[in-house]
Design a protein around this ligand. Structure first.
Ligand SMILES: C[S@@+](CC[C@H](N)C(=O)[O-])C[C@H]1O[C@@H](n2cnc3c(N)ncnc32)[C@H](O)[C@@H]1O
Length: 374
C-alpha cells in the first residue's frame, strides 16, 4: 500500500460500520454523564470521542499512536469541539494526562477480542488515568469458540499439499496448520452451538487467558478447526460483537484456528476445545474428539532458525548489527542540539556504505526519530 492510503482505508471501514457506531453510541450514552472527562484510547479519526461528546462529555483526551492525529484534530474541529478536545499523539502506555478521566473508551478488539492489546491498554488506563468510580467501555469481553467445517478456510493449509507448479511445498504445510487466519465465517460453517471459552473483566492486570469450551456436533461433519470471535459488553449490556451471522454483528472478520488434520464427527458427538492466549498474540489451541487430540500454536507457524535460538539463549552476548550501530549513531545525535541535516551528514559520513542514496539515509533517520525521539 502507498503510505497514508492504508490508514485512511482502514478507518473508512470503521466509519462505515453502522452496527459498530450504534453499539458504541448506545454504550457511551449510558456510560457518560454530563460533564464527564473521557479518554478516547486509540482515537483513530475521533469517532468514539465525538460520540462521547454527543453524550455530554465536557472534555475528551484523544490518544492516537499514528500519524492520523492531524486528521483527528481536524475532525473534532469540523464538529465544533476543538476547544473541548486534547489530541495527543503517542502510544497510550507512554502518555500522561493532566487529570483523571471518568470514562475510557476504545475499540482495540481485533478479531478475537484480545490480540490488539486491549488487556494491557485498559489495565494501564485504569491504573493511571481512571478516576475512582470511573467506567471502561467496554468493561467485559467474552471470547467465543465453535468447531468449524470450512473447506475454504482449510484451503490455507491444504494448498501446500497441492504441488503448485509441480513443486513440493509440503514443509510449509505444518506451519500453515499452526497459523491463525482472519476469515469471516458463515453461520452454516459452525458445526455446533458456539460456547464462551473465556470471560474477561477488562482493566485487570493482564495475564495469560485460559480457553475452555465444550460442544455437541449438530450433524455429521468434517471439522477443519475452531472459529473464534468476541462479544464486548459494558455495564452488562452488549456493546459490539463479530458473531458470525448475528444481526447486530459489526463488519469484522473472525479467527480460524486450524487443526493439524480435519476430524470427522458424528451427529451428537462431543468435542472439547481448550487453549491459552498469552496477550496480545501468542495462541495455543487443543481440540479433543473421540480420544484424538490436536495441539497447535501460532508459535509453530514460523519455526525458529539457529540464529533465532542463539538470540533467545539467556547466556547469549548480543552485539550491534551494522544497522543497529547506525541507529545508535542517530539516537546519540538526537540531543536537541543537532539538526536533521547535520544528523544526516554525520550518518552518511560514518555509515555511508549502508545507504545507497541520501534519500535512503534520510528515510532511515525519519524512522528512528519517529519511533524514539521528539
Ligand atoms: C480499531 S481502531 C479504532 C479507531 C477509533 N477509536 C474508532 O473507533 O473509529 C484503533 C486505533 O487505535 C490506535 N491504537 C491502538 N492501540 C493504541 C494505543 N495503545 N495507544 C494509542 N493508539 C492506539 C490505532 O493506531 C488505531 O488508529
Amino acid at each position: 500500500m502507498i503510505p497514508g492510503s492504508e490508514l485512511v482505508h482502514e478507518h473508512a471501514g470503521y466509519a462505515s460500520d453502522a452496527n459498530r457506531l450504534d453499539g458504541f453510541a448506545r454504550a457511551l450514552a449510558r456510560a457518560v454523564k454530563p460533564g464527564d472527562r473521557v479518554l478516547d484510547l486509540g482515537a483513530g479519526t475521533g469517532l468514539l470521542g465525538l460520540l462521547a461528546l454527543r453524550a455530554g462529555a465536557s472534555r475528551v483526551y484523544a490518544v492516537e499512536a499514528t500519524r492520523l492525529v492531524e486528521l483527528t484534530r481536524r475532525v473534532f474541529a469540523a464538529n465544533g469541539f476543538a476547544d473541548r478536545v486534547v489530541v495527543i499523539r503517542g502510544h497510550s502506555l507512554g502518555v500522561s494526562l493532566p487529570e483523571p478521566v471518568d470514562v475510557v473508551v476504545a475499540d482495540q478488539l481485533a478479531n478475537f477480542g484480545v490480540e490488539a492489546g486491549i488487556l494491557e491498554d485498559f489495565a494501564d488506563a485504569r491504573a493511571r488515568h481512571l478516576a475512582p468510580g470511573g467506567r471502561l467501555v467496554p468493561d467485559r469481553l467474552d471470547l467465543w469458540l465453535a468447531p468449524v467445517a470450512s473447506p475454504r478456510a482449510w484451503e490455507s493449509v491444504a494448498l501446500w499439499e497441492k504441488r503448485p507448479a509441480g513443486l513440493d511445498l509440503t514443509p510449509v504445510r505444518e506451519a500453515a496448520a499452526n497459523a491463525i487466519q482472519s476469515v469471516t465465517l458463515e453461520p452454516g460453517e459452525l458445526v455446533a452451538a458456539p460456547s464462551v471459552a473465556a470471560s474477561l473483566e477488562l482493566g485487570a492486570p493482564p495475564s495469560s487467558v485460559a480457553l475452555a469450551a465444550g460442544f455437541v456436533a449438530r450433524s455429521a461433519a468434517t471439522v477443519h478447526g475452531l472459529g473464534g470471535w468476541f462479544s464486548a459488553h459494558a455495564a452488562g449490556e452488549l456493546v459490539v460483537t463479530n458473531t458470525p451471522g448475528a444481526p447486530a454483528a459489526i463488519r469484522r472478520p473472525n479467527v480460524f484456528l486450524p487443526f493439524r488434520e480435519p476430524v470427522e464427527v458424528r451427529a451428537g458427538e462431543a468435542l472439547r476445545a481448550t487453549g491459552h492466549v498469552v496477550p496480545p498474540d501468542i495462541f495455543a489451541w487443543t481440540c479433543e474428539v473421540a480420544g484424538r487430540r490436536s495441539v497447535q500454536s501460532n508459535l509453530h507457524a514460523l519455526p525458529l532458525d539457529a540464529a533465532d535460538l542463539r538470540r533467545s539463549d539467556p547466556a547469549a552476548r548480543p552485539a550491534l548489527s551494522a544497522r543497529g550501530a547506525a541507529r545508535r549513531h542517530v539516537l546519540e545525535l538526537c540531543d536537541a542540539r543537532h539538526t536533521l541535516a547535520e544528523i544526516e551528514a554525520s550518518l552518511v559520513a560514518a555509515h555511508g556504505a549502508l545507504f545507497p542514496t541520501r534519500a535512503a539515509a534520510a528515510a532511515f533517520i525519519a524512522s528512528v526519530v519517529e519511533r524514539d525521539a521528539e
